[in-house]
Design a protein around this ligand. Structure first.
Ligand code: DC
Length: 225
């Protein structure tokens, strides 16, 4: 087992776990893994290469051979900057569908493990604490009510001047939660050894503080923030 420390932050879509995980990584000087991006990249690659979302063997091959480059805030797929395409709702829904295929999940495992580099890693997703990094030093289940998450997503889209309907967003989020929680492999759920962090009533700074304090408690590693 690796001695490189990991903080696993799992939770549903639009819970803010990505923002919190990235800020925790920054505060600690650790690497950051956005595992959802790998599922989104596989879904986008499938769309671009004309692979059907139920073609498990082909999707697993795509996942295994993703030609991806992470550079600061940019993500390149076969040399193309795909940041905006990845964040679209369509890509999120497709990612959630292919994420239910066991062969795709297995194909992405080694790629996720490769992010575990010194001095440490903060990883966010659905199964970081349960499957990918079961020996993580700290496991957090970060969530918020579906209504609050839909509101946040709506606000983000408005800020980007992308038209959206709050009721549709809420329905989509509930569908996605149901699919991610009901699947047979690595379903979304709070594990017994994960600490619950509900951000419905608190801001990002407090959520980051909560994670850092619990990390300090769990490991004794002093965090200056
Ligand atoms: O975190 P996200 O919204 O970017 O993830 C997109 C989809 O990918 C999500 O609906 C489920 C899937 N996913 C997963 O199954 N396991 C992960 N570790 C991360 C994401």
């Amino acid at each position: 087992m690796s001695r490189i420390p990991v903080i696993a932050i799992d939770g549903p879509s639009a819970s803010g776990k990505g923002t919190v995980a990235a800020l925790v990584a920054q505060a600690l000087g650790y690497h950051y893994l956005d595992s959802g991006a790998l599922y989104r990249l596989t879904a986008l690659d499938a769309q671009q290469q004309g692979v059907a979302l139920d073609d498990a063997p082909e999707l697993a091959q795509l996942a295994l051979n993703l030609e991806v480059r992470f550079e600061a805030q940019q993500i390149y797929l076969r040399g193309q900057d795909v940041g905006d395409l990845l964040r679209s709702e369509t890509c999120g829904v497709s990612a959630s569908k292919i994420a239910a295929i066991p062969a795709v999940r297995t194909a992405l495992l080694a790629r996720q493990h490769a992010f575990r580099q010194p001095p440490g890693l903060v990883a966010d997703g659905r199964d970081m604490g349960s499957v990918v990094f079961p020996d993580a030093q700290l496991k957090v289940f970060l969530t918020a009510s579906a209504e609050e998450r839909a509101q946040r997503r709506y606000k983000q889209l408005m800020e980007k001047e992308i038209s959206a309907n709050l009721a549709d967003l809420l329905n989509d989020l509930r569908d996605r939660d149901a699919r991610d929680s009901a699947r047979a492999v690595a379903p979304l759920r709070q594990e017994d050894d994960a600490i619950l962090l509900d951000t419905s009533q608190i801001g990002i700074a407090d959520a980051v503080d909560f994670v850092l304090k619990n990390y300090e408690l769990a490991t004794g590693i002093q965090v200056n923030c």
